[in-house]
Design a protein around this ligand. Structure first.
Ligand SMILES: NC(=O)c1ccc[n+]([C@@H]2O[C@H](COP(=O)([O-])OP(=O)(O)OC[C@H]3O[C@@H](n4cnc5c(N)ncnc54)[C@H](O)[C@@H]3O)[C@@H](O)[C@H]2O)c1
Length: 292
């Protein structure tokens, strides 16, 4: 796909960060936008800002942990808006991990898996049948993370485990849709190459009561990219960051080129992935990666 004009793009988690930047980049390339999110206020603000920028934009409340909510979103996109050419399974959270993993609250595991893993599965289940049946070229872009897909950081096992599972689903779906004539192209998007400055450090702002963190759970102390920067500086390292607009442009470029791997990496991260792979093949202990 090298022409986005008039195409409908559905973006889960479209009210902030990477999803919001995707919405603006796609609108700038002429696409019509349907942003979907649990954050009603940010969702309305995003739709208004898109319209103010001259885009054709729609907003729907959607909780990706709820299959029926995604069913409603797909019905609106296909039946009311007339078809879908781009779907971004992008919504994601970080539930906050502090200390040894055997002490984590069940709700931290459950919330992160419900949004990051089940959210992707629910999005696939809601959109793939209709995209397939539609029969025209379309793209399903799954937002994963190198953190989990390729690297295992010691201090984020919940997030990493969920993103590792997402990678398996994305890759299996790629294989299952790669038969000639299949209209849906699957892409795996890895925001980066550095930590992306988004709202993910403050995911608790949209954390529902049913997955509440127990008051006894320790706090990570990191609620913004700035907090992470300060922590790393205290350990003598600097944090480099990427703006989500850059991620969005990388994503559009990857879709235009028909790439499965939309994977910008720093040389340092590439070396760490290689070191991990080498250790697996050599059966030596896994090396500890650092944020690069
Ligand atoms: N920020 C990074 O460095 C980074 C790196 C790699 C991958 N990612 C991934 O990028 C994606 C986007 O995250 P971001 O960094 O832009 O964070 P963000 O917090 O800025 O945006 C995430 C959006 O998802 C929405 N959301 C949360 N729960 C939801 C639910 N149940 N249903 C619908 N929407 C929901 C939030 O309201 C928010 O608008 C996530 O999948 C994240 O894991 C981010």
């Amino acid at each position: 796909m090298d022409e986005f004009t008039g195409k409908l793009a559905v973006i889960t988690g479209g009210a902030s960060g990477v999803g919001c930047s995707l919405a603006f980049a796609l609108a700038g390339a002429g696409a019509r936008i349907l942003v979907a999110d649990v954050d009603a206020k940010a969702l309305a603000a995003t739709r208004d800002a898109l319209e103010a920028a001259g885009a054709t934009a729609h907003a729907r409340a959607c909780d990706v942990t709820d299959p029926s909510s995604l069913g409603d979103l797909a019905a609106f996109a296909f039946d009311t808006l007339g078809g879908v050419q781009l779907v971004f399974a992008n919504a994601g959270v970080a539930s906050g991990e502090a200390g040894p993993l055997w002490g984590y609250a069940d709700n931290d595991w459950k919330w992160c898996f419900e949004v990051n893993f089940w959210g992707v599965v629910n999005t696939i289940n809601a959109f793939m049948p209709r995209l397939t049946e539609q029969g025209e070229e379309s793209h399903l872009v799954i937002t994963g993370s190198a953190n989990g897909a390729f690297l295992v950081y010691p201090d984020q096992p919940i997030y990493s485990a969920a993103k590792a599972a997402v990678q398996v689903v994305a890759e299996a779906l790629f294989h299952q849709t790669s038969a000639p004539g299949n209209p849906v192209q699957v892409h795996a998007l890895f925001p980066g190459p550095h930590v992306v400055e988004t709202g993910i450090f403050d995911s608790d702002r949209v954390r529902p009561e049913r997955f509440a963190k127990p008051s006894s759970a320790p706090d990570t102390g990191i609620h913004s990219a700035e907090d992470l920067r300060r922590l790393m500086e205290a350990f003598g390292t600097t944090l480099e960051t990427t703006h989500p607009d850059e991620v969005a442009q990388t994503a559009l470029d990857g879709i235009r080129r028909g790439r499965f791997w939309i994977l910008p990496l720093t040389p340092a991260t590439e070396s760490q992935i290689k070191a991990r792979t080498d250790a697996i093949l050599a059966r030596t202990d896994p090396p500890v990666p650092t944020i690069g």
